[in-house]
Design a binder for this molecule. Structure first.
Ligand code: S3P
Length: 166
């Protein structure tokens, strides 16, 4: 079927963008990211959308962006970390080659510790991470055909593991 050759899911800061670009380059495909699509369409940053209009509004924009990208993109697609919260999105993802990128909590807190661009982590990042992952891990697992751990691996090694998993 048509659609993305690879869809990357996983938490914020796990490296979906870095790995997605590397895999796209290897396969001679175009990389696309639904967060970027939303920022371009809205003409403002995601943190501003959260502050101005709230998370629920952002999720509605995200739902629409994911549907459009799944329907029209034929390269590598990365989804925002919370895209899998939507049951309709999860149902659509069943028809696509989805890979779940993981990392342990210590690594997650370290990588995203200074990331003011991620509004969900502004307060108590460690506890937030634990809660987010407890809630979301089953959702990522539900949609993924393969899971690839990023801890203690270079981006190139992770990209090769993703290619192997396809
Ligand atoms: C979010 C992840 C972010 C972005 C928004 C919400 C989340 O995307 O969509 O800040 O709920 O996990 P990245 O995973 O690309 O950072």
């Amino acid at each position: 079927m048509t659609g993305p050759r690879l869809v990357l899911v996983g938490p914020m800061g796990v490296g979906k963008s870095t790995i997605g670009h590397l895999v796209a380059e290897r396969l001679g495909l175009v990389y696309r990211d639904t967060d970027d699509d939303i920022v371009t369409a809205e003409g403002r940053e995601i943190s501003d959308i959260f502050v101005d209009d709230g998370e629920e509004h952002f999720r509605a924009l995200e739902r629409a962006a994911v549907r459009t990208a799944l329907a029209e993109h034929e390269g590598v697609l990365a989804l925002g970390g919370g895209a899998v919260l939507d049951a309709g999105t999860r149902a659509l993802l069943r028809d696509h080659p989805v890979v779940f990128l993981t990392m342990d909590i210590d690594e997650a807190v370290r990588r995203t510790g200074l990331a003011t661009a991620r509004p969900l982590l502004a307060v108590n990042p460690r506890r937030t991470w634990r809660e987010l992952m407890e809630a979301r891990r089953p959702l990522y697992t539900e949609v993924a055909r393969a899971t690839v751990a990023t801890d203690d691996r270079t981006p190139e090694e992770v990209a090769l593991a993703v290619l192997d998993a396809l």
